[in-house]
Design a protein around this ligand. Structure first.
Ligand SMILES: *[C@@H]1O[C@H](CO)[C@@H](O)[C@H](O)[C@H]1NC(C)=O
Ligand SMILES: *[C@@H]1O[C@H](CO)[C@@H](O)[C@H](O)[C@H]1NC(C)=O
Ligand SMILES: *[C@@H]1O[C@H](CO)[C@@H](O)[C@H](O)[C@H]1NC(C)=O
Ligand SMILES: *[C@@H]1O[C@H](CO)[C@@H](O)[C@H](O)[C@H]1NC(C)=O
Length: 378
């Protein structure tokens, strides 16, 4: 044989043999899935012949599969299917080994390596490619590191902390529940730390932090801010009218704030002095706990009901709030009116009827007097 022809043949054969070595074609597409879902990554090879395609979790060093056989010692059943599975699909001389990981957990995230094990080749020469699985996790608040209640003195500095986990790392936004401004001077603040500097009573209230990473649902947390301060009282109306002697009640209302929560007492003017009032047959003292639209954060609504208003009830009443930081009071005057006042008055027709009855009664002495005159005249 001609030397040159021989050389060409050898080169050709070498090229053919070389072309037929198993190879991983294409890059391995990264997989992004939410926690609990199924992740799939593909390793596509050509000229596989007798070689073996292996998947490995690089982060844990665990060997997962050899061709379609799962090597993992733990491969639990999940909804009738195994946690790990490798499916093979062929198309021409290309074979795809799809690694399926079901019900993804955070530790399934990381780098996966596909390797073609070729018996005749040293292991450090085996073709490999890396793929990545990202497991997305919706945000959660870490309660232990998150402020639930902050109690501080006026003028002091502190901060609210909202610690949240999630993949990707969530954005954290602070707002005030009543929609008002934050101590930083804006209505919304993005940071896991909300600075509270030189706090005032106006900073009291409920603060909300929302952790969002676009994986539903976002997480939310409420923190309560309480500022120690002396009580303040204000009245709903500084004078209240009522008609006397007709079993009508006078309702005196007082709004109180302060921290710690003040003790509230009522007094009335009597013989130039003052007398404390108790919850009894004559007076009813109530603290309204129902959500009231008119109440600001930290306020309480007290009512003093003066039952069956009589002539000697028309005087000044005092609503007094006390705590360790101080004392404050407001005055409400109960004054006489001709007609019943307030929402609990009898409806108009019956009011008129009772008036008629009253005027009829008023006639009785007149009639009696007339009768006596008649009798006496005889
Ligand atoms: C993996 O391969 C399967 C079957 O060939 C295909 O349906 C799927 O889209 C591929 N996935 C990726 C991420 O390439
Ligand atoms: C609070 O912080 C402000 C601004 O950083 C500072 O000027 C002030 O002295 C601090 N107040 C207290 C009570 O630490
Ligand atoms: C803190 O607030 C008070 C009342 O609003 C103000 O008079 C004072 O200057 C403030 N102090 C600082 C350090 O901002
Ligand atoms: C956080 O907010 C920025 C700006 O709005 C946005 O680009 C980013 O995608 C957000 N991050 C997450 C994890 O949602």
């Amino acid at each position: 044989m001609d030397n040159r022809i021989y050389f060409v043949l050898v080169a050709l054969c070498a090229a053919l043999v070389k072309a037929q070595d198993p190879e991983i074609v294409d890059e391995i597409w990264p997989e992004v899935q939410q926690v609990g879902r199924t992740g799939r990554i593909n390793c596509t090879v050509t000229n596989k012949q007798t070689s073996v395609v292996m998947w490995e979790h690089v982060d844990t060093g665990e060997q997962i599969s050899r061709d379609t056989d799962i090597e993992m010692q733990l491969n639990p059943m999940i909804g009738g299917l195994r946690k790990y599975e490798v499916q093979k699909r062929s198309s021409g001389d290309r074979e795809t080994f799809m690694l399926i990981i079901r019900r993804l957990v955070e530790t399934d995230a990381g780098t996966y390596k596909c390797t073609i094990r070729i018996t005749a080749v040293a292991y450090d020469q085996w073709p490999t490619k890396l793929g990545k699985i990202t497991v997305q996790v919706p945000p959660t608040i870490r309660p232990g590191e998150t402020t639930a209640v902050l109690q501080i003195d006026q003028g002091q500095n502190s901060s609210l902390i909202c610690a949240a986990s999630g993949i990707p790392s969530p954005n954290i936004t602070w707002t005030k529940s009543d929609g008002g401004f934050l101590p930083v001077g804006v209505a919304q603040y993005r940071s896991h730390i909300l600075p509270m500097t030189n706090v005032t009573v106006a900073d009291m209230g409920v603060y909300r932090c929302v952790a969002d990473n676009n994986i539903k649902p976002p997480a939310e947390h409420l923190a309560q801010v309480l500022i120690f301060h002396a009580p303040a009282t204000r009245v709903v109306q500084n004078s209240v009218g009522q008609a006397q002697n007709r079993r009508f009640d006078g309702k005196l209302e007082c709004i109180v704030k302060g921290h710690p929560e003040p003790t509230v007492t009522f007094e009335r003017l009597i013989n130039q002095g003052r007398a404390p009032l108790n919850d009894d047959d004559k007076y009813e003292i109530n603290k309204q706990t129902t959500d009231n639209q008119n109440l600001k954060a930290g306020e309480q609504w007290y009512t003093l009901k003066v039952k069956n208003v009589q002539a000697n009830d028309f005087t000044d009443y005092y609503c007094i709030a006390t705590n360790v930081n101080g004392r404050h009071e407001s005055t409400i005057t109960l004054f006489e009116t001709m007609e019943c006042q307030g929402p609990n008055c009898p409806s108009l027709p019956s009011a008129r009827a009772s008036l008629l009855r009253l005027s009829a009664l008023a006639f009785i002495p007149t009639i009696l007097l007339l009768l006596r005159h008649i009798v006496l005249a005889r």
